[in-house]
Design a protein around this ligand. Sequence first.
Ligand code: ADP
Length: 338
Amino acid sequence: QFPFGRRLPCDIYWHGVSFHDNNIFSGQVNKFPGMTEMVRKITLSRAVRTMQDLFPLEYNFYPRSWILPEEFPLFVAEVRMMKDSDPSWKPTFIVKPDGGCQGDGIYLIKDPSDIRLTGSIQNRPAVVQEYICKPLLVDKLKFDIRLYVLLKSLEPLEIYIAKDGLSRFCTKPYQEPTLKNLHQVFMHLTNYSLNIHSGNFIHSDNVNTGSKRTFSSILCRLSSRGADVKKLWSDIISLVIKTIIALTPELKVYYQSDIPAGKPGPTCFQILGFDILLMKNLKPMLLEVNANPSMRIEHEQELSPGVFENVPSPVDEEVKVAVIRDTLRLVDPQKKKR
Ligand code: ADP
């Protein structure tokens, strides 16, 4: 860390939140200009949808989504049309405020008319999306996967995917959504920040039990059940690459405007957090991309009522230390020179 105002050239600049420095003329910065904007829920949905229009089969890993409030009439019309053509279709939708995180403001609905269009959503745009009703369960619980992806360069496009990630578990056994259980966040939302407040949350003391496990421990389990884990990895890799390809055109525009070609400036790299849900049939679905994934390797433990202490989290440590270490190795300026 160096104090504000110090201007010694560095090999690697590690910014906390986003790219925000126009006074760097060499070296490498760990953020791309515009990335935070590009992975916001609405922008990501738009970018993926553009590709879905062009290549519907290639981009079928992202749930059908609508942008609110502007596409509310379209949402109502399309759902009505689909219900008319298939009366047995009983969908559920998930409404997610733009720019929200940690499950903040998210709710499930059964019908477009249930949307809280009054007040808040008019001011706070959101994405409404088809809810994936049949996720893969482990120990009867829904879980999602956080994978770490290094975008090492935009031109040429260089992407690295960490071999291990995190699996974050719900804390209440899963049931398909009904009007009665729609509000049960511990059953439907896998966010760590929410489930930690459930009495059932289990801090993991090793990588394959508890409410946060390594993804590799899940793969081991699936493989022992006879699942085709190689195919699953290849589907995940293709989802990651296609998502980044969808973001690339606009990222290049941001890049060229902040760091014009021919002028002295840094190069960029960035660790992204990909949140992926596995469906029952093992198909991976993209939920969201995080431009600033948490690299914490500790969690808070309540020693006595109201007294908290930071204790090491072996699962986070196992995965995240490797991500940072390998990232630094890959962007090592000495290696570049060699
Ligand atoms: P946030 O940024 O607030 O975490 P997410 O898009 O990651 O928002 O959604 C929060 C949680 O909701 C996810 O971790 C997942 O458990 C659940 N979720 C999100 N979208 C869907 C979906 N389309 N189908 C099923 N579950 C979903």
